[in-house]
Design a binder for this molecule. Structure first.
Ligand SMILES: Nc1ncnc2c1ncn2[C@@H]1O[C@H](COP(=O)(O)OP(=O)(O)OP(=O)(O)O)[C@@H](O)[C@H]1O
Length: 230
């Protein structure tokens, strides 16, 4: 009996995306990432990091080429199907943190497990514990998101992304407002949670000092040449 080949977490082929308004184009010939790998992507401002993450998370639609996330053809899915896939399997932290300002820290965190259709009692206990580990104790968990510093909001955003135990975590400059102590705690909690749950991580930043946390590292210009994480 032959084993079935393992499905990659991410596989893309000749991916392109063109902004009509500016004419800027992303072209990525190939990228293959195994399940559970943690990849750090570095690139200058304007090199296309956010555009790539928007494609990988299904927020933007692939224009030409192929993109598979856990074997699912993102390039063929409707916007609604990509939204469902994101809610159920992909945790995202973008530069605009998209917290709901009038909801508490805890309720903001719980939104992701609600949209993933998960059990509320389990999610509540896990959310409290995750927030604690990220340095947001019980008293802060009851505060409205609008009352938090940007660094505190970044930690809520990663707790929200991790809570449903996504298969894939996508993070765009998620530590930009953190001091070094909170940044280290953030990286440790994020990567430990990802390892526990077998979650693949794609983490984008200008900050070269964060590379030390990742076994796999690539620059945007290497990705544009088809260099593979290995
Ligand atoms: N909505 C848009 N319309 C037209 N051009 C855009 C749009 N968004 C981004 N671009 C262009 O696409 C290129 C890549 O942008 P992108 O935001 O992906 O870069 P980035 O590497 O994430 O930058 P930063 O590190 O500054 O966030 C830039 O040159 C930018 O001008």
């Amino acid at each position: 009996m032959t084993d079935k080949p393992e499905i990659s977490a991410i596989e893309l082929k000749q991916l392109t995306f063109n902004y009509k308004a500016s004419g800027w184009q992303l072209h990525m010939p190939a990228l293959k990432l195994a399940k559970g790998q943690h990849l750090f992507i570095r690139g200058a401002s304007g090199s296309g990091k956010t555009t790539l993450l928007n494609l990988l998370s299904g927020i933007a639609r692939v224009q030409t080429g192929e993109l598979y996330v856990h074997g699912l053809p993102m390039h063929q899915l409707s916007g609604g199907a990509r939204d469902t896939l994101r809610a159920q399997q992909i945790g995202v932290v973008f530069q605009q943190l998209n917290l709901i300002p009038y909801l508490s820290v805890l309720d903001n965190t719980l939104l992701s497990s609600h949209f993933a259709g998960q059990n509320k009692t389990d999610s509540l206990a896990r959310a409290k514990a995750l927030l604690n580990r990220l340095g947001l104790p019980a008293a802060l968990q009851q505060q409205k998101a609008s009352a938090l510093s940007v660094g505190q909001q970044q930690r809520v955003a990663i707790a929200r992304a991790l809570l449903p135990k996504p298969a894939l975590l996508i993070a765009d400059e998620p530590t930009s407002a953190l001091d070094s102590e909170n940044r280290d705690a953030f990286m440790r909690v994020m990567l430990a949670e990802a390892d526990t749950n077998g979650c693949t991580v794609i983490f984008v930043s200008h900050d070269a000092s964060l590379q030390q946390y990742f076994k796999y590292q690539l620059q945007m210009d290497q990705l544009a040449q088809g260099v593979q994480p290995c």
